[in-house]
Design a protein around this ligand. Structure first.
Ligand code: H79
Length: 477
């Protein structure tokens, strides 16, 4: 397909595209000189461009720290093959089928003609997220396959020009998110298996990290930045710009900083995940150091073993084994597992970005909808113990997890004590009051102090919730 690069005017960040290389050349010169003088060369972070509008992270990220729970949506052409190619089941995550099945661009592209999700209903999707207690949605504006879910002027490989659907999916979602008070965010892949200036020429190994495209800089400056500008200007204000695919050889630390500040120049209060920089430590997701751009760490399919003091992070996770829809992946996590993961993550000071992979018809799979509804039921009674909480000040507790707010501890009890005696180790503060969060009357529970750092709460014989019952302790600070 013909990329519309030629149509592009030198519009986005003209000043920056002149300024940044100059800063980088200067920085590299300084490093080279320093390198000659010293044995060890310390890499320095490039300075932010001076701008009155640059907000510091704490000013931008407040809502996200409050939110704690969001919906990830992986949706694109890969929902059409749904995990099968030429009659064969393709192992691995569904949205990687183009790479896994070694499908040439010329054969993958025509999937667009079959992408006609007539059952797509933005109102319903946003409602499903909202009813689950989620506060933000991150949807794939473009995944690695390069297909775009909005009418971008930079390529015809998009929902409007290449499919029979011809509806602005991101536009409809933006309207609904605004109506229902959900923050809209975009996942945008840096790696692009379709674009000739990016990884398309690497076929049949699009993800070959030893390869370089001499035109990659042009792809970044004109195509990627042009698209990001469209996304912010046409669908913003956005919550997060969520990058991925940053591990490719051509993506540098400097490009990460440049892109980070470019996003902030488009929208001063946007948040950018740490995959904008190339310092991610594998699936653990945290950056190697603050010499790499990005506001928060992104553990993928895992939850850190302990809290990470002073670090913002968000675990993204699938409900089955795939992000993009696969018709035969039925390995669903249970309601219990997901609910406990939500509490586990909050107890360690993180956010939970839980994925759905809608079908090519435009439906969020039934098992996902059921699980989200169940999480929503629990959140209806207990969300206070998740939103705006901080990591637990107690160490490990034997019966579950703990989250905290100033003056309050939320005890997430997974294993309800058969003898009605809930022991809370590690607590020195005086307890003013204890009650069940699910109890509208907030009837007092008996609290007795065992010794100077251990108390016992006497709880009802029956757990209010078999999965996670929350006991609130109001404590003296
Ligand atoms: O969008 C979903 C997946 O398609 C995408 N990320 C989630 C949110 C994803 N891409 N790749 N993977 C998941 C697995 C690939 C991991 C690797 Fe690497 C890439 C192994 C080596 C390069 C990243 C960088 C992880 C370790 C180093």
């Amino acid at each position: 397909m013909n990329e519309k690069i030629s149509r592009l005017r030198f519009s986005t960040g003209t000043i920056k595209s002149v300024m940044y290389p100059a800063i980088m050349v200067a920085a590299i010169c300084v490093l080279l000189i320093a390198g000659c003088r010293q044995e060890e060369t310390k890499i320095t972070v490039l300075k932010a461009p001076s701008s009155k509008n640059l907000l510091c992270k704490d000013e931008r990220i407040g809502w996200w720290r409050q939110a704690r729970f969001g919906m990830f949506i992986h949706w694109g052409l890969y929902a059409v093959p749904a995990g099968e190619w030429k009659g064969e089941k393709v192992p691995g995550i569904g949205e990687w089928i183009m790479e896994r099945a070694k499908i040439p661009v010329s054969e993958y592209e025509p999937l667009a003609k079959q992408f006609n999700p007539v059952k797509f209903d933005a109102e319903q999707w946003v409602q499903i997220a909202k009813n689950a207690g989620m506060k933000y949605i991150v949807i794939t504006s473009k995944h690695h396959d390069g297909f775009c879910l909005w009418d971008t002027k930079y390529t015809d490989y998009d929902i409007m020009d290449a499919t029979p659907f011809k509806r602005d999916i991101l536009g409809e979602l933006a309207v609904e998110c605004r109506k229902q008070g959900i923050r809209l965010c975009f996942y945008h892949s840096i790696m692009d298996w379709h674009h000739p200036d990016a990884q398309a020429p690497f076929y049949p190994k699009y993800n070959d990290t030893s390869k370089s495209n001499p035109n990659f800089g042009r792809y970044v400056e004109y195509y990627l930045k042009g698209q990001l500008k469209e996304l912010v200007e046409n669908y913003g204000p956005l919550g997060i710009m969520w990058f991925d695919g940053e591990w490719i050889k051509d993506w540098t630390r400097e490009m990460g900083w440049d892109m980070f500040y470019y996003c902030l120049s488009l929208q001063p209060d946007i948040i950018v995940n740490n995959r904008v920089g190339n310092g991610r430590q594998g699936m653990r997701g945290l950056s190697k150091s603050d010499e790499f751009a990005g506001d928060y760490g992104t553990p993928e399919q895992e939850i850190p073993a302990t809290g990470l003091p002073g670090v913002d992070w968000e675990t993204c996770m699938t409900m089955n084994n795939t992000w993009g829809y696969k018709s035969y992946d039925n390995n669903w996590k249970s309601r219990e597992d997901l609910l406990r993961k939500l509490a586990d993550i909050a107890s360690k000071g993180g956010n939970f970005l839980l994925n759905v992979g809608p079908t090519a018809e435009g439906l969020i799979p039934g098992p996902s909808v059921e699980r989200l509804a169940a999480i929503g039921e629990w959140m209806n009674l207990n969300s206070e113990s998740i939103y705006g909480t901080m990591a637990s000040p107690l160490g490990e507790v034997p019966w579950g997890r703990c989250t905290a707010k100033p003056g309050k501890l939320y005890l997430h009890v997974f294993d309800w004590p058969a003898n009605t005696k809930l022991q809370v180790p590690g607590l020195k503060n005086k307890v003013k009051k204890a009650y069940l969060l699910a109890d509208k009357k907030r009837a007092r529970l008996l609290v007795t102090r065992e010794d100077k750092d251990k108390i016992t709460v006497t709880v009802p014989a029956e757990a209010p919730d078999p999965v996670n019952s929350v006991v609130v302790l109001e404590i003296e600070k």
